[in-house]
Design a protein around this ligand. Sequence first.
Ligand code: IPE
Ligand code: IPE
Ligand code: MG
Length: 238
Amino acid sequence: MKSSKTALPLPEKLPRHIAFIMDGNGRWAKKRLLPRKAGHRAGVKVMRNIVDECFTLGIPYVTVYAFSTENHNRPQEEIDALFALLKEYFSEFFDDLMKKNIRVLTIGDLSYFPNDLQEDIRTAVLKSAQNTRGTFSIALNYGGRDDILQAVNQAVKGGQTVTTEEFQKFLYTADLPDPDAIVRTGGEKRISNFLLYQCAYSELFFTDTLWPDFDKKELLRIISEYGARDRRYGKVKS
Ligand code: IPE
Ligand code: IPE
Ligand code: MG
């Protein structure tokens, strides 16, 4: 057995920002002959546990991809089920994050969501704005192309060219550092329009595990692999 020293990731090797593409809920449900929404329900529970685990480990920024701009194209029944789940869990989850001194942010175009849900989200964001232990951000109706385009449109209004630093302030992720690690569950090896600008130097992790089966053990394995990777940013190895 490994000693606890080698089994746990070293704090300085932890990602500062970890982001999850939570994929595989539908297939998880299908395997169990359940409706897809049962997979989403199971997925929300896992999301809460994994997010909590990340903050407990000391990762300050945690982002989850919950609804993409392309997910609009799903059957209305599934979209309604996702909205209902968000509504059901949002208040409870955010109360929990509030107690844990975690700030809540959303990225994406919220105007697509029902008014009452938008209201719940805005309230949580406002109420938690001064929290200092960590930042949880949830991507809702988020698309990387949409993010870049809305940022460009804001930038051109100024009538002048902008620097990289100025441009980043127009992105939905203005308050977040770039993700150090992006984890995709569910077996697909693609980004699916997530954080396209921000992922330039992210370390990518793909696992076949379906999101509702993702657990702490696998999270720790990924974090420990992250710690072993050599991030060169185009330079030569130091
Ligand atoms: C991810 O799971 C959750 C959302 C996109 C909302 P899926 O619903 O895409 O599950 P699969 O990929 O069909 O298994
Ligand atoms: C990515 O999963 C979006 C979210 C997890 C919210 P999808 O299931 O929508 O992605 P594709 O269709 O497999 O690329
Ligand atoms: Mg999917």
